[in-house]
Design a protein around this ligand. Structure first.
Ligand code: HEC
Ligand code: HEC
Ligand code: HEC
Ligand code: HEC
Ligand code: HEC
Length: 397
């Protein structure tokens, strides 16, 4: 009975979603902010937050289609589910069996759901009026409640920000501590507890994150620097100087971010080679999403002649209800987590090639492993590109 009650409580809390707040045209997209925050808009445009929409990210689109096909749920129904974190300003926050019936009868064309999905207000993904219109974050909520289910929106036109003395002629301004002292709270609204349709948690950055180190924004928006928040001449005819960060949110899709992200140690013990991969970041790598991959390429040489090459892969594979290979979102189980733990290391052991006098090891990262790449038929080069991380070599005895 107690278990039943707890289950009911979880159900109710996951069903709760922020009341959608209609966004006024004057604030609906980033072009409206350009005249006074041009540099910020330009930085954000380069980020993958800006690509978080069915039309703008091939991997996201292919995954959404695949989930719909395999679960026989309408594509629009799945899109609304994913919008919880990917397009949280959506005006419809859940769909039910009635929607499925309407779609299966071919009558969904003019539905509220269709209109919500086609609305320009969500076309920019995680844009300015996602982060800066979060009025309340319910961090004490059940950990499954993420994205829309964890926040309350401000009135349209009220921007929350890091400064308590800002004033703007265009919009209202309110200060929040998660824009300033505690920004992890903002990031973890979405970057945590990513689960499959069967409630299998495939990534939880909140659990793996080691507190006490740097903040998410220290690395993904850079350190605070002297600059401006707005180019409007509000300070005696000049833009006001402020301590600011960059809105780049650079991460796994940016090759320069990978250089030096992990460290390598090589050691030979008798006939075996130990490859230690060291992670000094406060979360696992890879992390953030399932099916990412670290590849260690080993080249054994004898006086510059290549004797053998070998690739070791650190990735996670997923299985569906029938035990077949699948994508993270349809998983009921996974292979062992081989990611390099936060502030920790992972050691790979392999026989040293006989006759070799040298080994060179190079670490690479890929956004999608071969299995998921072929399940989804991805075509854009970025999904198979290998990002260089680091390399080392040692002499062998
Ligand atoms: C993923 C969340 C997120 C998104 C999206 C986002 N911001 Fe921010 N923004 C922040 C955070 C966090 C800070 C506080 C940074 C700091 O510590 O100084 C901030 C700070 C600011 C500031 C104060 C100056 C500064 O740089 O600190 C302005 C102005 C601002 N953002 C405008 C925008 C605009 C315009 C957009 C859309 C192009 C945008 N933001 C998109 C999270 C976001
Ligand atoms: C007409 C100019 C103008 C436009 C347009 C404008 N802003 Fe601002 N905004 C300002 C000024 C001025 C400030 C205060 C800057 C300061 O105090 O350093 C500001 C401050 C902010 C802050 C920081 C608030 C704080 O308390 O830290 C955020 C966030 C912000 N704007 C977001 C936006 C977003 C999002 C848009 C587009 C929907 C937008 N602004 C459009 C002029 C503008
Ligand atoms: C409303 C949900 C939401 C919030 C809040 C949010 N993110 Fe994200 N973030 C996403 C989604 C969704 C993606 C994936 C977008 C895509 O690839 O299409 C993402 C992607 C990223 C990436 C990966 C970019 C890349 O190139 O691989 C980084 C880094 C990131 N976010 C950092 C942050 C930080 C730092 C914060 C807090 C200041 C934050 N995010 C807040 C939803 C969010
Ligand atoms: C000390 C720096 C540092 C801090 C702090 C940090 N990260 Fe990262 N993060 C990295 C590095 C390095 C990578 C790997 C290279 C890259 O993607 O930039 C990474 C990767 C990521 C990715 C992409 C992972 C993938 O493979 O898809 C996401 C998403 C992300 N971080 C989110 C966060 C969030 C959320 C926080 C706070 C809870 C955070 N990071 C804190 C350094 C940091
Ligand atoms: C709990 C919030 C949340 C929900 C719900 C969610 N996602 Fe995500 N998703 C994220 C975040 C955060 C990232 C960015 C992680 C990173 O880049 O490492 C992401 C990244 C992704 C990526 C990788 C994109 C890339 O550019 O590499 C795909 C694909 C994806 N999500 C698909 C989906 C689909 C399909 C759904 C709905 C069935 C969904 N997600 C629901 C939070 C969520």
């Amino acid at each position: 009975m107690k278990k039943l009650l707890i289950n009911a409580a979880i159900l109710i809390s996951t069903l709760f979603a922020a009341e959608p707040v209609e966004v006024d045209d004057r604030f609906s997209d980033s072009t409206k902010c350009k005249s006074c925050h041009l540099h910020i808009v330009k930085e954000w445009e380069q980020s993958w937050h800006a690509k978080s929409h069915y039309e703008n990210n091939e991997y996201f689109r292919a995954t959404t289609d695949y989930v719909s096909r395999k679960t026989r749920k309408s594509l629009s129904g799945v899109q609304v589910e994913c919008a919880t974190c990917h397009n949280p300003r959506i005006s419809v926050t859940s769909t039910g069996i009635d929607h499925e019936i309407i779609v299966s009868m071919g009558l969904g064309k003019n539905s509220e759901v269709k209109k919500a999905l086609e609305n320009d207000v969500i076309s920019e993904g995680i844009n300015c009026i996602v982060c800066h219109n979060i009025g309340v974050i319910y961090s004490d909520k059940d950990e499954t409640a993420r994205g829309i289910n964890r926040v309350e929106w401000t009135k349209s036109g009220t921007m929350v920000g890091p400064f308590d003395d800002a004033r703007s002629p265009y919009h209202k301004v309110e200060h929040r501590e998660y824009m300033d002292k505690d920004p992890n709270k903002l990031c973890l609204v979405c970057h945590a507890n990513d689960r499959s349709v069967s409630d299998f948690v495939f990534i939880n950055m909140e659990k793996e994150y080691i507190n006490g180190g740097k903040l998410c924004v220290d690395c993904h928006m850079g350190s605070k620097k002297q600059g401006i928040a707005s180019n409007l001449r509000i300070d005696n005819g000049k833009p006001k100087e402020r301590e600011v960060r960059a809105h780049t949110f650079s991460g796994a899709h940016t090759d320069t971010m990978w250089e030096g992200a992990l460290d390598l140690r090589l050691e030979q013990k008798k006939k075996e080679l130990f490859v230690s991969i060291l992670n000094s970041n406060p979360h696992n790598i890879p992390s953030g999403f399932g099916s990412r991959e670290i590849i260690a390429e080993l080249v054994f040489k004898k006086s510059d002649e290549v004797l053998e090459t070998k690739a070791l892969s650190l990735t996670t594979y997923y299985k569906d209800k029938r035990g077949k290979a699948t994508i993270p979102h349809l998983a009921v189980s996974s292979s062992d987590d081989l990611s390099v733990p936060a502030n920790g290391k992972r050691v790979l052991k392999t026989p040293a090639q006989r006759g070799a006098d040298r080994v060179e090891v190079t670490l690479y990262y890929r956004l999608v492993n071969d299995e998921v790449h072929s399940l989804l038929d991805l075509t854009e080069p970025i999904w198979s590109q290998k990002f260089f991380i680091t390399s080392k070599s040692i002499s062998l005895r």
